[in-house]
Design a protein around this ligand. Structure first.
Ligand code: ZN
Length: 163
C-alpha cells in the first residue's frame, strides 16, 4: 500500500465526470488500498478517486456512526448510486481538496446507496447523519461537483476560529 497525492481545487480532475469501473482486477484493488491508506493519513472521512487523479466511479467512506472510535470502518463503493434518501441535515462541510475551508451545506439525513464491492458483487448500504452527508459529498465528486457549489455560504475565518 502507498499513499497518493490528494489533488487540490483548481485541478481539472476535480471538475470531471468519472467513468464506471468495468474491470475488478488487481489494479483496482491496489487503488482501493492506496485510497484507504491515504484517507487514514489525511484524517478525513471520505475520499473519491478523482481526488487522487483517477477518473473512475470509486469512493471510500468512513463509517463513524459506531459506539467506539476504534470500531470505525471503511466502506468501499464502486459505481455507487443513491437509490433512496430521507430527511434533511444542514451543517458545516469540508473537503480534503479544499483544506481549511468549510461551508454550510444541506444534505439528506439518511441515504441508501447501491454499489459494487471490489470483486464486482452488488450490495446496498445505508448511512445516516455524517455518513449520509459523506456519501452525498463523495458521490458529487464523481460528477465533478465540489461542496462549494452546494454551500449556502462559506464559514468566515472568525467562525472557524471558534471551533
Ligand atoms: Zn471532497
Amino acid at each position: 500500500m502507498a499513499t497518493r497525492k490528494i489533488l487540490l481545487k483548481g485541478e481539472k480532475a476535480l471538475n470531471s465526470h468519472c467513468r464506471p469501473v468495468t474491470e475488478f482486477n488487481d489494479r483496482l484493488h491496489t487503488l482501493l488500498d492506496d485510497m484507504k491508506e491515504t484517507l487514514v493519513q489525511s484524517g478525513g472521512v471520505g475520499l473519491a478517486a478523482p481526488q487522487v487523479g483517477v477518473l473512475r466511479r470509486i469512493v471510500i467512506v468512513l463509517e463513524t456512526n459506531v459506539e467506539n472510535e476504534g470500531d470505525e470502518y471503511m466502506i468501499e463503493l464502486i459505481n455507487p448510486e443513491i437509490i433512496f434518501e430521507e430527511g434533511e441535515q444542514t451543517g458545516p462541510e469540508g473537503c480534503l481538496s479544499l483544506p481549511g475551508k468549510y461551508g454550510i451545506v444541506s444534505r439528506p439525513d439518511r441515504v441508501r446507496v447501491r454499489a459494487q464491492d471490489r470483486n464486482g458483487n452488488s450490495f446496498e448500504v445505508e448511512g445516516e447523519h455524517l455518513t449520509a452527508r459523506c456519501f452525498c459529498h463523495e458521490l458529487d465528486h464523481l460528477e465533478g461537483v465540489l461542496f462549494t457549489e452546494r454551500a449556502e455560504r462559506m464559514l468566515t475565518p472568525e467562525e472557524l476560529e471558534q471551533d
